[in-house]
Design a protein around this ligand. Sequence first.
Ligand code: DC
Length: 237
Amino acid sequence: MSFPLHSPPMQRLIITLDGPAGAGKSTVAWRLAKRLGLEFLDTGAMYRGLSAKCVERGIDPVTEDYAVVELARNSDFRFDWAQDPPRLNVGGTDVTDRLRDSDVTGQVSEVAAIPGVRQVMVRDQRRMGQEHPRLVTEGRDQGSVVFPEAEVKFYLDATPSIRAQRRAEQLRAAGKKVDLEQIRDRILDRDHKDSNRKDAPLVCPEDAHRINTSEMTLDEVVELLFGLVHESAGQAL
Ligand code: DC
């Protein structure tokens, strides 16, 4: 019996998940990636990682946007893909444990609204997509800007109250103090900033499956997406 000398190249399969804060994207994307045997990219972590570096250096993203762009250009954003979920290193520092802290979250929308920062991130995310072509990637602009040619696109949404409750549970599970009202206000504020910024605002791509997860459990959302991926890109699995 003879075997081919080279295995055929892996068929590309990019699945994008976009939507507002607290819609459950990160957990859903990570679980979906595991079920499909794909890799997972959390692009919000990159903006959060840069925000953490700004806090560390005392850079104010509102008044010193040029310094934030400079920092983004000079920092290497590296995920450790061997970890599950991948840990993030920015400019030589492992920032993973800082990503959800309130000082980092508090200014991340300002960091993400700076066009020069988005240029760096989009370029880096496309490079990661080339290096990891079988990927579930999650953020605000993955289906609309970064991977407009993605094989399957999703847009997840839920009511602001449900999203606030979910974020509160995440924080409680991480042992953090929780003020539900404050979380809801901050989510609404972030929605407003993410949807109204000039560069790559949060939008639902026309060719995305739009899913309201308010009444669904995490398992149900993952199951639904899993079925839809099989329906629309089963040949690539
Ligand atoms: O999904 P998240 O809460 O971790 O995102 C953090 C911030 O980064 C949020 O304000 C939106 C922004 N973001 C973005 O503008 N584009 C992305 N692709 C991912 C996140």
